[in-house]
Design a protein around this ligand. Structure first.
Ligand code: ZN
Length: 367
């Protein structure tokens, strides 16, 4: 039986915590990660019924998309549903883990899955994230360069898009003088040394930084390797908000509304009536994606599908783009399936249960 920490490590390797937005609260929210995991319950929202379901199905780990503790807790008296959930979870030794905007921001995360459901082609991240990449620059004796590079590449550094083991190498002369107490790989104490070295540059995602530096120390022959860690302004094209892709064939807005309603099993779509053009390029974002309206227009999308659009935001679309608000829950419902699939592939000897509870607090009244 794996311990809870093993499931968490896997999830955080899949969707690094550093990819979450600044306002978010992803990670282990409740529970002891050193406990053995008796079973995992996967859901979108943690409500009180979900805790009961975890108890009845003998799952001591709930993996949820939305963090039930979001803006902090000052009391635990059971005065509201959040406090009651936390109290009950602790009483029954149930851990709660949230994988939220870090999952949203993955290329094949929440929005990527929605794009797949709609059969979009040429799918890319709509608003790639900045501030997630850095570059390692280091200086290695020529003969040791290949070995050091190999060790660093093994961490996952040097991957750019569909390319791995990317680096740049240029030769130059390094100099140093070992002082008393040093044990130099090349040269001797008290004597100035000049060595032909390679200057090596490798890009890496920030979350790998400590692993990359550890690999550098392990594989570099010098007692004290010289290196720089340089934050980059480049955007990370595989990480960010929303997706954009193409329909196989263009559709008229009414046909498109019918298509998404049928494919995503929607009972209600709120949409802008001003747009009358053909739909070919589709932007989408699972959850609250109205902040992506400008990105969608700039990227020449014909439609933006998301949830939580406000009245005045619909005006901002003017006649430039069709906005389809399909509902927050409806746009993320497949996230459970995504989590269930990745967990089931990795952990074969543990019960992984998809919740059977409908957690959407919103209903749609129809005559
Ligand atoms: Zn959401």
């Amino acid at each position: 039986m794996p311990r809870i920490v093993e499931i968490i490590s896997f999830l955080e390797n899949f969707a690094p915590l550093s990819y979450q937005e600044s306002y978010d609260n992803c990670g282990l929210l409740v529970g002891n990660k050193t406990e053995p995991c008796t079973g995992i319950l996967v859901c979108l929202d943690v409500i009180e019924d979900i805790i009961d379901e975890a108890i009845s199905k003998n799952c001591n780990l709930i993996v949820a998309h939305h963090p039930v503790i979001f803006s902090g807790l000052k009391k635990l008296t059971g005065a509201n549903y959040v406090e009651r959930i936390i109290i009950k979870a602790i009483q029954h030794n149930i851990a709660i883990y949230a994988i939220h905007t870090n999952l949203d921001n993955l290329e094949h995360g929440v929005s990527g899955m929605l794009a797949q459901k709609l059969g979009l082609q040429n799918v890319q991240v709509l608003a790639p994230k900045k501030g997630t990449l850095s570059k390692l620059v280091t200086y290695i004796p020529i003969a040791d360069t290949e070995m050091v590079l190999k060790g660093i590449f093994e961490t996952g550094a040097g991957s750019i898009g569909q390319y791995s083991e990317c680096s740049f190498v240029i030769q130059g002369e390094g100099s140093f003088q070992p002082l008393a107490g040093a044990h130099p790989h090349i040269g001797e104490v008290g004597k100035k040394e000049k060595v032909l070295e390679n200057r090596v540059e490798i890009m890496y995602p920030n979350y790998l930084e400590s692993t990359v530096v550890a690999a550098l120390y392990t594989h570099h022959p010098y007692e004290q390797p010289a290196f720089d860690l340089i934050p980059l302004l480049n955007q990370h094209n595989q990480v960010g908000s929303g997706c954009i892709g193409d329909l196989e064939k263009p559709m008229q807005p009414r046909d498109f509304l019918a298509y998404i309603s049928k494919t995503l099993e929607l009972s209600c779509v709120r949409f802008t009536t001003a747009f009358t053009g053909e739909i070919k390029k589709v932007a989408l974002c699972g959850g609250s994606g109205s902040f992506l309206l400008k990105n969608a227009i700039t990227s020449q999308a014909d439609v933006l599908i998301t949830g939580d659009f406000k009245y005045h935001d619909f005006f901002d679309a003017e006649d430039r783009i069709l906005v389809c608000d399909i509902g927050h829950y409806e746009s993320e419902i497949h996230t459970k399936e995504l989590l269930f699939t990745v967990l089931t592939k990795k952990f074969v000897n543990i019960a992984i249960v998809l919740t059977s509870i409908h957690t959407n607090p919103i209903g749609y009244y129809q005559l």
